[in-house]
Design a protein. Structure first.
Length: 255
């Protein structure tokens, strides 16, 4: 299932893994920033007894049209939205990192169809949140602005201050900045469905401390920290634990 039959012009790319037995529910998997559905395929292929599995290449990622990198957030979400409307079953959304942010928006847009969110290493925009953990980041921002004010060329200092995602974004940099500046709390406040957060103990990108920000804005949140893993090894070395927790979560939803 795709949004366009011309591969060079796909706005969103979908790989479907059919259920191994009849099911009344579907699972939608969304990957992280500058990643593809392949990050999640090994896990999804092991839970086909739960239902149909749909793995997304999000707009401007994987096998999709690169021009999507120039659109605004609402248009970006509209593309994903058009796919969600094609699924004729209730959905459990499974996201990793950036895919979690898309999931909260889909939950806000489709509260009647998205029955639950299972979010792995979910990010939270803390630009407006002051905490001990945010102080080094804010000091770094202040230093960067000071160097610019004194006329030091941006290209010379950017590698010392910008994140790896920003530096590697290329043509997707403007889209990246839009997402980074988006207030994560807005879609969270609207969610009525259960939300399960799966954090990795050694994740520096989306640390377990973010749990409190999610719970501050959404009453439906529960969470778990998987020990010994980081932002990416949770999908490989930790996939057996993710599968176990997803199966248990699905059972709880149907009990």
């Amino acid at each position: 299932m795709t949004s366009n039959t011309d591969k060079s012009k796909k706005l969103i790319n979908i790989k479907q893994i059919k259920a191994s037995k009849p099911s009344k529910i579907a699972f939608v998997w969304a990957h992280g920033w500058m990643r593809t559905h392949e990050d999640l395929q090994a896990i999804a292929s092991q839970v086909t007894d739960l239902g149909d599995q749909y793995l997304i290449d999000l707009p401007a990622h994987g096998n999709t049209c690169s021009s999507s990198a120039t659109i605004d957030i609402d248009t970006y979400l509209d593309i994903v939205d058009s796919f969600i409307k094609q699924i004729d079953k209730p959905i459990i959304w499974i996201g990793h990192s950036f895919g979690c942010r898309i999931g909260t928006h889909m939950g806000k847009r489709h509260p009647e169809k998205i029955k639950a969110l299972f979010l792995i290493c979910p990010p939270f925009n803390r630009n407006k949140t002051l905490s001990i953990q945010s102080i080094p980041r804010k000091l770094k921002q202040t230093m960067y602005k000071t160097f610019i004010l004194f006329g030091i060329p941006k290209k010379l200092i950017l590698p010392f201050f910008a994140s790896k995602d920003y530096l590697n974004a290329g043509t997707m940099r403007n889209l990246f900045v839009k997402w980074v500046n988006e207030d994560s709390s807005i879609p969270l406040k609207s969610l009525k469905m259960p939300v399960k957060l799966m954090f990795a103990e050694n994740d520096d990108a989306t640390p377990p401390e973010l749990e409190k920000h999610f719970k501050m804005h959404c009453k439906e949140v529960t969470s778990k920290v998987l020990k010994h893993f980081d932002h990416f090894t949770i999908l490989t070395d930790g996939q057996h634990q993710l599968i176990y927790n997803l199966i248990q979560y699905t059972k709880e939803l149907h009990s």
